[in-house]
Design a protein around this ligand. Structure first.
Ligand code: SF4
Ligand code: SF4
Length: 522
C-alpha cells in the first residue's frame, strides 16, 4: 500500500509492482526476418528410406505423362490423361466420364481417411517423407550441397564477401533450381494433353498460352517454396501441422528425444564419471540439431515445426554407435511408452536418474518400454484401415460392374404433348445415347411398357417404328431428337411411365431410362 495525498486528505491506494509487457515503443515487431538454416547431410536408415521415397515419388511425377497404354485406335494412348477438351479422365484401363466423378470423390475420401490412418499410426509421416514440399526441398538441398558443399562450407560461403567463387556457385544453384521448377511445371501440363505432341508444341512456341502460363506459375512456386521459403511453408502456410494435433493420441509414434536415458546431458562425460556424477547418454554434440531441416532441437520436446523426417534419429544413432551405446536415444516412440520410461527414471526422485533404467552392466533394463507392432495395430488404426479398405473395395466393385452403355432422356417442357390429326398423342424427347467404350457400336433404341407406342427421329422421313438401329461413334455421346406417339384409347387416357431402352446389337449390354408419356386430361 502507498499513501497518496489528495484534496480529501491521505488515501490508501494499492501500488502494483508490474511492467507493461507490450509497452508502446518496446513491442517486438510482428514480422521477424528468417534465420537461415544450413542442414547437414545425414546418413542412416531413415535417410536411405527418404532417398528411396524421393526417387519413387519424383519418378512417378515426371515419368507418368510419358507412359503409353493401348486403348485401340479410337482413344488416346496416354496412360494417365486428364482430357479437359473431351471431359474424360484416363488412368490406364480405367476411363472416367464426367457423370462418374464420384469415383474421383471416392479417391479423395480414401486419401483423407488414409491421412487419418497414417497420422494416428506414425504421426506426420506424410510431412516427413512424401509431402511434395518435403520432397522438393530435399531435391533442392541436393543441388545446394552439390554447388556449395555441406553445412560448414555453406555457412562459410554465406558469410563470405561477394567474389567470383561465390557468384558462380550461387548462379549455378539458382539456375538449377529454376530448371527444376520449369521441369516441374512442364511435367504438370503434360497430364492434360498428349505429352509428346504438347512437348513439341511448347518448344516450337505453338502451345496455347495457358500452357506457358501454367509452366510460369509452377516454376515460380516450386522455386520459391522449395528453394527460398523451405521450412517456412510448413511452419506458417500449411494447415496440416495444426490439424494433425487433433489426430495424434498417446499411442501414435512420433520422433521423440528419450530424455529419461539422455539426461543429464554433458559434453564432459569422463570428468563427470570421475566425480561420480550420474550422466545420461546425450553428449550434447548437437548432431541432431545440425541435420534438422526445420532448424529445431528435438531435445526441447514435441514441436509444431517437427515434420518427423527422422534425420535426427539417424544423426544420433551414428553418435551412439561411435560411443558404443544402444541406438534409440532419439527414436519413434509413443507418448505412453515415453511416460512409462520417464516414470522408471524418476521413481523416488524429482529429477531424472539415468542409472534407474540400466542394470549393473550398464544395459537398458528389460522393463524399459520399446516400440513394438502393438503401437501400429490397435483398434483405432484398424477402424481407419477397414473404413479405408471398404471404400477402396466398393469402388473396385462399382468400377467392374459399371455400365459402358447408357441413355439419358429429357421430356419436352413445353408443349407437354401434341394432338395429331389421326387422334394420336405425340410427346417430344431429347435422348442422349452414351457409348463409353473406345469402339464403334451399333445400338438398338426401343420403347418398352408403352402399349401401341412408336417413335421417329425428328430428322427422319420414315414411318414411326417400335425401335431404331443406330451407329454410335467410339467414346462419344449421340444426341437425338425423338418423337413418340401413341393412341389414347390404348393407354386408358392417362399419362403413363414407359422405358427408353438401348441395347448393343452385337453384345449383351443394355441400359434404360423411365420417362413419362403425357396425355390430355379429361
Ligand atoms: S526434429 Fe528431427 S524429426 Fe523433427 S524435423 Fe528436425 S530432424 Fe526431422
Ligand atoms: S545427437 Fe544425440 S547425443 Fe548428440 S546432442 Fe543430439 S541427442 Fe544428444
Amino acid at each position: 500500500m502507498t499513501d497518496i495525498s489528495s484534496s480529501q486528505g491521505d488515501t490508501h491506494v494499492e501500488d502494483f509492482d508490474v511492467e507493461a509487457v507490450n509497452r508502446a515503443g518496446k513491442r517486438p515487431p510482428l514480422y521477424a526476418a528468417r534465420k537461415k538454416i544450413f542442414p547437414k547431410r545425414a546418413s542412416g536408415n531413415f535417410r536411405r528410406l527418404k532417398w528411396l521415397i524421393m526417387i519413387v515419388t519424383l519418378g512417378i511425377y515426371y515419368i507418368t505423362p510419358w507412359l503409353r497404354f493401348d486403348r485401340g485406335e479410337y482413344a488416346p494412348d496416354q496412360a494417365v490423361l486428364v482430357d479437359l477438351a473431351n471431359r474424360r479422365f484416363y488412368f490406364f484401363f480405367i476411363e472416367i466420364w464426367p457423370q462418374e466423378f464420384y469415383y474421383v470423390a471416392g479417391l479423395l475420401v480414401m486419401a483423407g481417411v488414409g491421412l487419418f490412418l497414417i497420422t494416428s499410426t506414425v504421426g506426420r509421416a506424410w510431412c516427413g517423407y512424401t509431402c511434395p514440399q518435403t520432397v522438393w526441398v530435399d531435391l533442392f538441398l541436393v543441388v545446394e550441397r552439390f554447388f556449395e558443399g555441406d553445412r560448414n562450407q555453406r555457412m562459410k560461403l554465406d558469410s563470405a564477401p561477394w567474389s567470383f567463387n561465390k557468384i558462380w556457385r550461387r548462379v549455378a544453384k539458382h539456375g538449377t533450381w529454376l530448371l527444376i521448377g520449369v521441369a516441374t511445371g512442364g511435367a504438370w501440363i503434360f497430364y492434360f494433353a498428349d505429352a509428346p505432341t504438347l512437348f513439341m508444341d511448347v518448344i516450337h512456341f505453338d502451345a496455347p498460352m495457358v500452357a506457358y502460363f501454367t509452366i510460369l506459375i509452377l516454376t515460380a512456386t516450386t522455386y520459391t517454396f522449395g528453394g527460398l521459403m523451405r521450412e517456412q511453408v510448413c511452419t506458417y502456410m500449411c494447415p496440416w501441422p495444426r490439424i494433425q494435433g487433433a489426430m495424434l493420441d498417446e499411442h501414435s509414434l512420433t520422433v521423440t528425444y528419450n530424455d529419461w536415458r539422455g539426461e543429464p546431458r554433458t559434453k564432459h562425460s569422463k570428468k563427470a564419471i570421475k566425480e561420480g556424477i550420474p550422466i545420461g547418454d546425450c553428449v550434447d554434440c548437437n548432431a541432431c540439431v545440425a541435420v534438422c531441416p526445420m532448424g529445431i532441437d528435438i531435445r526441447d520436446g514435441q514441436q509444431l515445426e517437427c515434420i518427423t523426417c527422422a534425420l535426427c534419429i539417424d544423426a544420433c544413432d551414428n553418435v551412439m554407435d561411435k560411443l558404443g551405446r544402444e541406438q534409440g536415444l532419439i527414436s519413434y516412440t509413443t507418448l505412453n511408452d515415453y511416460n512409462e520410461n520417464m516414470q522408471l527414471a524418476t521413481s523416488g526422485s524429482a529429477t531424472i536418474d539415468p542409472t534407474k533404467v540400466r542394470d549393473d552392466k550398464g544395459n537398458l533394463l528389460d522393463r524399459v518400454r520399446r516400440t513394438n507392432w502393438r503401437s501400429i495395430v490397435r483398434w483405432r488404426t484398424l477402424v481407419y484401415f477397414c473404413f479405408w479398405a471398404a471404400i477402396g473395395v466398393a469402388m473396385l466393385v462399382a468400377l467392374s460392374l459399371r455400365d459402358r452403355l447408357d441413355v439419358n432422356v429429357q421430356h419436352d417442357r413445353n408443349p407437354l404433348y401434341v394432338m395429331l390429326s389421326d387422334g394420336a398423342v405425340r410427346n417430344g424427347y431429347d435422348v442422349k445415347v452414351l457409348n463409353m467404350t473406345p469402339e464403334p457400336r451399333t445400338i438398338r433404341l426401343s420403347l418398352e411398357n408403352l402399349p401401341g407406342g412408336e417413335m421417329i427421329l425428328a430428322s427422319s422421313v420414315d414411318e414411326p417404328q417400335k425401335s431404331i438401329v443406330l451407329d454410335v461413334e467410339p467414346d462419344r455421346v449421340l444426341p437425338l431428337r425423338v418423337y413418340v406417339r401413341a393412341m389414347p384409347q390404348q393407354l386408358d387416357g392417362n399419362p403413363v411411365r414407359f422405358d427408353f431402352v438401348v441395347t448393343d446389337v452385337f453384345g449383351e449390354e443394355s441400359s434404360r431410362e423411365t420417362v413419362k408419356f403425357e396425355m390430355p386430361q379429361e
